[in-house]
Write a protein that binds this ligand. Sequence first.
Ligand code: FES
Length: 290
Amino acid sequence: MTSTPEFSDCATPQYLSATVVEQEPMAQDTYRLRLECPQIAKNILPGQFFMVREPEVNDPLLGRPFALYDTCLDETGQPTGLDFGYVVVGKLTARMTHWQPGDQVEIWGPLGNGFPMPGSGALAMVAGGIGQTPFLATAREALGLREYGQSQRILNEFPEKVSLLYGARSKAYLAGLNDFKLTGLDVEVATDDGTFGHHGYVTDLLQQQIDSSTPPATIFCCGPEPMMEAVGKIAIKAGIPCWLSLETPMACGFGACFSCVAKVRINDEEWDYRRTCVEGPVFKAESLVF
Ligand code: FES
């Protein structure tokens, strides 16, 4: 009998200044940024996010949400920094490509609920595009390679198998494949154009795994909305608990503006809006109305 995933309590968000430590290209139009911010690094959980804003800049005025890729540790093993990935899609991310080590930015977090603790059954993490970013920390935690947050988050059981099913439109957009070479992590890749891995959609890989002799007991997913809707439907049909991390645009990040709402079922016949920034971004698949 395998145990089921559970959410853990999240730390109170803080509004801080952080220092850019390094910036690396990850894939086409895709970068990884590292910020020194020990106050958030020691509390953040896999699947949580933070808002980042450039100080004294009015265009764009608002910050943007970024999911935790991983924390980085000092020589004593204490979390001191936050890594996150981003794709250049607008004014802020275009400006971010020019950020240099030593630059100061504004950050608030940790935000959102993050993924639940995975339980002891096989875990499949399904990612599309930059939606792979929540899964490096999730994988490390599920494999027992790292711990996150304060003591309440220490896993006392681990999934019997952990897989990353990662889809992108083409090989040039696959980000961080080397980072995911973790002992015990099964990685399968799909590209829309067939330039790497399976020629087709990542949902094909998920269906193959469900049809295999070791189907997942739990599915976590993050990526474009059509992909997540498809993954959610596959999981519901197969009777597998599935959590989706929504990439909803956000303005304030702390529940005040209602720019990030998603339709969430409140019973068999009714739905209501829920704020992705405070009641998500991770929701159970069957609770969402697409
Ligand atoms: Fe403002 Fe969620 S981003 S309420």
